[in-house]
Structure formats: structure tokens, C-alpha cells
Design a protein around this ligand. Structure first.
Ligand SMILES: C[S@@+](CC[C@H](N)C(=O)[O-])C[C@H]1O[C@@H](n2cnc3c(N)ncnc32)[C@H](O)[C@@H]1O
Length: 480
């Protein structure tokens, strides 16, 4: 038989019948190796040595106290012939092999359809060593080295630890490839060292972190398509307030068309070879022709098969003309996706510690475009509603502040109503000024856009906060 004819396997022997013929030291050696498997072992021999007698008396094995009979192998899963009679051993092998049973005639490779390996163990770890029957003594020697130098107690504990967590990893990472990569990473990580030196509780914290990262890494990436336009809200300014979806799409875009209030740092998420086009409508430039040109540009790039991002400050549909762009794309038959953003209308008050609604103070808020607040015919601000709503938020209103104030007072809003103006919200140069409808115009002199004006009693929440934070020494959080 050639060496490569042997292939190691680990047999599940629990409850299976193993027949061992012979009662001497050879049988003892096999019994010592097989008893821990939970197999049901039957010894056939007229006489047995003391050790076997002890196992028999202890109920660990059955013993048929007589010479071998052919019918002894009936029902056996494995047969081991270990008598001193080579002819009998060979005959038992012929019988067992013909009956399709795993049969081993000890120390006689020609009469074996399997051989037993020398085993090194530590907990659930087992290394089986074989010399393909050439030299069991050499295999034993190799086994001993593996046992003393490699299969340390730590390794056994690690195997047990990992085994206990297999089901959890299978549930968290559904694909075979993801699990294989995870286990390789875990074994090569600091986990074995932490388990050995710090114990299970510390190892668990580390293990769970590794698993969480793998789950994120292997979670299905949401698709980003070519020939499509993504209308994305970039939030109020702080790049940390971009959505995960916005970053995901930006990373894959071929073209990014961005507005004036988009923080340039955000563009850093785009590929180095992406085309980034500024589409800011500077004040004073004619609006509609520029808007038409932007829409035509989006459509052109999408029809060229490119992944196009239209990046707008805040949310694309809060005074962002996102609605018009969406309609233009639909009309041109260009697929699109809207990725909402955090609007400055809520982010600026929040960043200044002003809740736009507050129990007992404000049950509603509305957002107005302050630059519509001139007295030309077709004035679009519903002033009565603006004066009546508990919290009125004005975007693009700094330059028209005097007009906004006078119209609100004219519609019956008390001159004592608190007002806050938050400029460059969420950015490092964020600034907040507060006053009342009566005083704010004077106070806000010098405030530059972009800024959000908040009118309503909710502004007092920020004022309540200041003394509280002074007490706790955390005042700098509302200093701006
Ligand atoms: C054309 S509107 C766009 C609003 C945007 N779509 C949104 O949802 O925030 C521009 C106005 O938003 C407000 N704004 C935008 N970013 C701001 C920021 N970081 N701080 C204060 N106001 C901001 C200002 O009122 C600015 O004039």
C-alpha cells in the first residue's frame, strides 16, 4: 500500500460498538485510547489482564470470557484483532473487512483497512500522527514533541473558548467565507494572549469588538449605480453630520456637482479621479438660467453612464431646489435617488442648544425663507402664520432681519419674544447671538450669513441652560 493511500479522519465513536479481540497489553493500549470516545466496547478473550478486569468490574466495558467466534463481529462498527496469534488476527481481519467493518490487526499493516494514529491532545485540540504503518515508534516520538511543545494548555483553552462561540459567529456572519476570514483574524489577533493572561471576561470584550467589526465589514454594501443621479444632503457643515449613505455614494461617484454651503472637506470622500464641479449660485447672479444649466449638466453626465452626485447643503428639499432637479431628472428619464441630509433649520438651533419644540413651551415649528421677506408684490411668507407659530425658523434672513422683525410685530407677535441667530452652525466658527424682537436688530449688527434665525420662547431654554452649566463647570459647551 502506498503512503498516500492513508487519509486521517476523526471518527465519531460515541455509542458505537467496538470489538477488541485479546486481553493483553495490546488491548490495554487500544482501550486507553478508545475509552474516552464513549464507544461501547466489548472485549473477547478467555483471560484478561488486571487493567481490563478493572474496567470490566467498573462497568466501562463488556467482556466475553471465551475464545473468539465469527459471530462476535456482528453489529460492530470497528474490530481490533490484538491477540498473540497472527493467524487468528489475520482471519479476524478477513472477516471484518469482508463485512465492510473498520478492522485493524494490530502491528500487521497488511491486515488493516485503517490504522490508529498516535494522538497528542489539549482540550478539544487533537493532533493525530501516523507513519503509515512504517514506524509507530517514530510517530510516537513526533507525537510527544507536539504534545510538549505545541499543544500547551493555553491552546486547549483557546480551542474550547472558540468552540463555545461558533454558533454566535455563525449567526452573525452568514457566509462561510466571512466566517473563515473572521476566525483566521481572531486566532492571529491578541485574543489568545488576552485569554491566557486576562481571562474570559476580558477576552469577551475583545472578541465581541472583533466580531462587530467583521459584521460591518461583511454587511451587504448598498448598491451605487452608474447612469444615476444621487441628490444628496450634505448636512449643515460639520462633515461628521453626513449620513453613512452619503459617504458610501460619494466614494463611488464619477462626478460631484456641489453647492456653495457644502463643506469642502466633504469632497475629500470622493475618489481622487472624480470630477468635482462647483455649482454655487453666488448672490446677485441670475438664478433660473444657472439652475437650468445645473440640471442639464446632471442629465448629460448621467446619460454618459456616469454615477453623478448632486451635493447640497443641509437637506436637498429644504430651500435647496432639490424638488426642481428631481422633476427635471424624471422628465429626462434619468434614474435618481434622494439621500436626505440634516437641515440647518433644525441643526443650527440644536447646535446652539435650542430645542425647536419643547414640552409646555412649543408644540410646533415652521421654517421660512427669510429672503422672500421683501415688500414686493407676491411676497410669499405667510406672515400671520409666522407670527402665530410657537417657533419660527428663518433661513437666508440675516440681511432682511429688520423687515422680518417688523412684520412679525405688525402681525401681533410680542416685542419681548426671544430671538437667537446662529451663524456657521456646527462649524468651528459657529456663533450665537440672542435678544428679543425689539433688540435683535441692534445686537445682530455684523452677523454674517450663513445664519439661522430662531424666534420663539424656546430660545429661553438655552438661557436656562447657561447657569446650570456654570454650576457644573461645563459652560464652554454653550459658549458659542
Ligand atoms: C439655500 S438655503 C439651503 C438650506 C439647506 N438646504 C438646509 O436644509 O439647511 C441656505 C441657508 O441655509 C442656512 N444655513 C445653511 N447652513 C448653515 C449653517 N451651517 N449655519 C447657519 N445657517 C446655515 C442659512 O440660512 C443659509 O442662508
Amino acid at each position: 500500500m502506498s503512503y498516500s493511500n492513508y487519509h486521517p479522519v476523526y471518527l465519531a465513536l460515541s455509542g458505537r460498538l467496538i470489538v477488541i479481540v485479546g486481553g493483553g497489553s495490546v488491548a490495554v493500549e487500544k482501550l486507553e485510547s478508545l475509552l474516552p470516545t464513549g464507544a461501547s466496547i466489548s472485549v473477547v478473550a478467555p483471560e484478561v489482564c488486571d487493567k481490563i478486569l478493572h474496567w470490566y468490574a467498573d462497568g466501562q466495558i463488556a467482556w466475553h470470557k471465551r475464545p473468539f467466534q465469527d459471530s462476535d463481529i456482528d453489529g460492530a462498527f470497528m474490530v481490533i484483532a490484538g491477540t498473540d496469534d497472527a493467524d487468528l488476527n489475520a482471519r479476524i481481519y478477513d472477516l471484518g473487512d469482508a463485512a465492510g467493518k473498520l478492522t485493524n490487526s494490530v502491528d500487521d499493516p497488511d491486515h488493516c483497512n485503517f490504522i490508529m494514529a498516535a494522538i497528542a491532545r489539549s482540550g478539544p485540540m487533537q493532533v493525530a500522527v501516523s507513519s503509515a504503518g512504517c514506524s509507530p515508534a517514530l510517530a510516537q516520538r513526533v507525537r510527544n514533541r507536539i504534545q510538549s511543545e505545541i499543544l500547551t494548555d493555553d491552546l486547549g483553552n483557546l480551542a474550547e473558548y472558540l468552540g463555545d462561540r461558533r454558533a454566535a459567529v455563525k449567526a452573525a456572519l452568514p457566509t462561510y467565507r466571512a466566517r473563515k476570514t473572521f476566525w483566521e483574524k481572531a486566532i492571529d489577533s491578541d485574543l489568545p494572549k488576552i485569554l491566557a493572561t486576562e481571562g474570559t471576561a476580558f477576552a469577551d470584550v475583545y472578541f465581541e469588538g472583533l466580531l462587530r467589526r467583521s459584521v460591518i465589514q461583511w454587511s451587504e454594501p448598498a448598491s451605487v449605480e452608474s447612469s444615476k443621479v444621487y441628490l444628496i444632503g450634505a448636512g449643515p457643515g460639520d462633515p461628521g453630520l453626513l449620513t453613512l449613505r452619503a459617504v458610501e455614494v460619494l466614494k463611488q461617484a464619477d462626478v460631484v456637482v456641489y453647492d456653495r454651503l457644502v463643506n469642502p472637506i466633504v469632497l475629500g470622500y470622493a475618489r481622487p479621479d472624480a470630477i468635482c464641479l462647483y455649482a454655487g449660485k453666488e448672490r446677485g447672479t441670475p438664478g433660473q438660467p444657472r439652475q437650468d444649466a445645473i440640471q442639464a449638466q446632471l442629465i448629460r453626465y448621467a446619460l454618459q453612464g456616469k454615477t453623478v452626485v448632486r451635493l447640497k447643503g443641509g437637506d436637498p428639499f429644504v430651500f435647496g431646489r432639490g424638488g426642481e432637479e428631481m422633476l427635471a431628472l424624471a422628465e429626462a428619464g434619468v434614474p435618481f435617488e434622494v439621500v436626505p441630509g440634516i437641515s440647518s433649520s433644525v441643526a443650527a438651533p440644536a447646535a446652539a442648544h435650542i430645542p425647536v419644540t419643547h414640552r409646555g413651551v412649543s408644540t410646533a415649528f415652521a421654517v421660512f425663507a427669510g429672503h422672500e421677506a421683501d415688500d414686493r408684490p407676491g411676497d410669499r411668507i405667510p406672515w400671520q402664520a409666522a407670527a402665530a407659530i410657537p417657533t419660527a425658523v428663518f433661513l437666508m434672513g440675516v440681511e432682511r432681519l429688520p423687515l422680518i422683525v417688523s412684520r412679525l410685530i405688525a402681525e401681533g407677535r410680542s416685542a419681548d419674544t426671544p430671538v437667537a441667530i446662529v451663524s456657521n452652525a456646527t462649524m468651528s466658527n459657529q456663533a450665537v447671538v440672542t435678544g428679543t424682537l425689539e433688540t435683535i436688530v441692534e445686537i445682530a449688527k455684523g452677523v454674517e450669513p450663513p445664519a439661522v434665525i430662531v424666534v420663539g420662547e424656546v430660545v429661553r431654554v438655552r438661557e436656562q441652560l447657561v447657569p446650570l452649566l456654570k454650576q457644573s463647570g461645563a459652560l464652554e459647551t454653550v459658549a458659542a
